[in-house]
Design a protein around this ligand. Structure first.
Ligand code: UT7
Length: 330
């Protein structure tokens, strides 16, 4: 049986670091408020007009180089983002142009925080079906250009950061790779974490006042997100383990989407996992949405936290609501 195996990863974040103290110059907030409620100490923001495809390209180059591959060795591109370069086309197309591989398919995944796990599930299905042998999966976000730096937007503006992560995925037949993926959504919660406009259901789509009414900025019912996240994360992690007849004792590392350190801590506690089994780096990056898992995975690999044969569980929850997990035999 063919499985998708991540053979290499890469990450890229823009150089500019915005500390919590620097954030106090952008919105009325404090280092203490941000640190205590989210665990975030700093995030990276772009400092010029640069797209998610550019960030994704930098991460992809590193992943390809580590796998000793050229862009032409890739059969297909999957790009996960909620902040695409353009309204359309999706960011997989400009990334493909940057890589210089015209002709191969490029698919954007629009499931926000769960984009990387959904993308991995798509890659795994293509590979299991024999349609592609080698897929480039990228998760990237430029949030900073679309946040509302006012008192109204401060509870969201302090959370998010820019960045990209990439994975080269190959067909494997030796049992290593993705064991299973588990994808969920509950569209009743669309309005709990969303950016309403410009949306195609409004006539006309663009209108004067779109900035003033705030509907072009992300809106979040933070408490509702928190409440569901701390239930769905443990549920979907256990679902992945049960599907493979495994238990928490078998897990080497859980890599959760980096939504909020308090969410990760609550999930760790609910599962009764030792803290060293749950990877956290939101302190340095903020919430980078579709990029958070591949950035974390890349760091965990670099730190030697994952070795061949280890069981790794990726898990995510976010806008949609969507939630998802993947069990991986490394
Ligand atoms: O991938 C999913 C992304 N989202 C998440 O993971 C977020 C999940 N939610 C959360 O983590 C929390 O809801 C937040 C950390 C975002 C916010 O915490 P909260 O306790 O739900 O805060 P709140 O929005 O209810 O605001 C509490 C207080 C308010 O003041 P009053 O009314 O109590 O006087 C806000 O005005 O905190 C104030 N506040 C701030 N103060 C300083 C809100 N944002 C800020 C801020 N700095 N940035």
């Amino acid at each position: 049986m063919k499985r998708a195996r991540i053979i290499s990863t890469g990450r890229y974040v823009p150089e500019k670091i915005v500390t919590n103290d620097e954030m106090t110059r952008l919105v009325p907030t404090s280092n203490e408020w941000i640190r205590e409620r989210t665990g975030i100490l700093q995030r990276h923001f772009v400092d010029r007009e640069i797209g998610v495809s550019d960030l994704g390209y930098e991460a992809a180059k590193i992943a390809l180089q580590r796998a000793a591959l050229k862009p032409s060795d890739i059969d297909f591109i999957i790009f996960a983002t909620l902040s695409p370069d353009y309204m359309f086309p999706g960011s997989g197309c400009p990334l493909q142009a940057l890589l210089g591989v015209p002709g191969i398919g490029a698919l954007d995944v629009r499931t926000q925080c769960t984009g990387f796990v959904y993308g991995l599930a798509v890659a795994n299905a293509f590979i299991a079906a024999g349609q592609y042998k080698r897929i480039l999966l990228v998760g990237a976000e430029v949030h900073s250009t679309g946040l509302e730096f006012t008192e109204r937007g401060r509870h969201i503006a302090v959370l998010f950061g820019d960045g990209a992560g990439a994975a080269v995925i190959e067909a494997s037949e030796n049992g290593r790779g993705v064991l299973s993926t588990h994808l969920h959504a509950d569209g009743r919660h669309v309005k709990d974490l969303w950016a309403e406009n410009p949306g195609s259901r409004r006539i006309p789509r663009m209108y004067p006042g779109i900035l003033e009414d705030g509907s072009c900025y992300p809106q979040m019912n933070g408490r509702e997100v928190f409440k569901h996240a701390v239930t769905k994360f443990p549920e979907v992690i256990m679902e992945a383990l049960k599907a493979n007849d495994l238990s928490l004792d078998d897990v080497k590392l859980v890599i959760p989407h980096q939504a909020n350190l308090r969410i990760s801590e609550a999930v760790t506690q609910r599962l009764g996992l030792p803290p060293e089994k749950v990877f956290n780096n939101i302190q340095r990056y903020g919430n980078t949405t579709a990029a958070s898992i591949p950035i974390a995975l890349d760091e965990a690999l670099e730190m030697g936290k994952i070795q061949e044969g280890d069981l790794v569980v990726l898990a995510s929850f976010g806008s949609g609501f969507t939630w998802a997990s993947a069990a991986i035999r490394w």
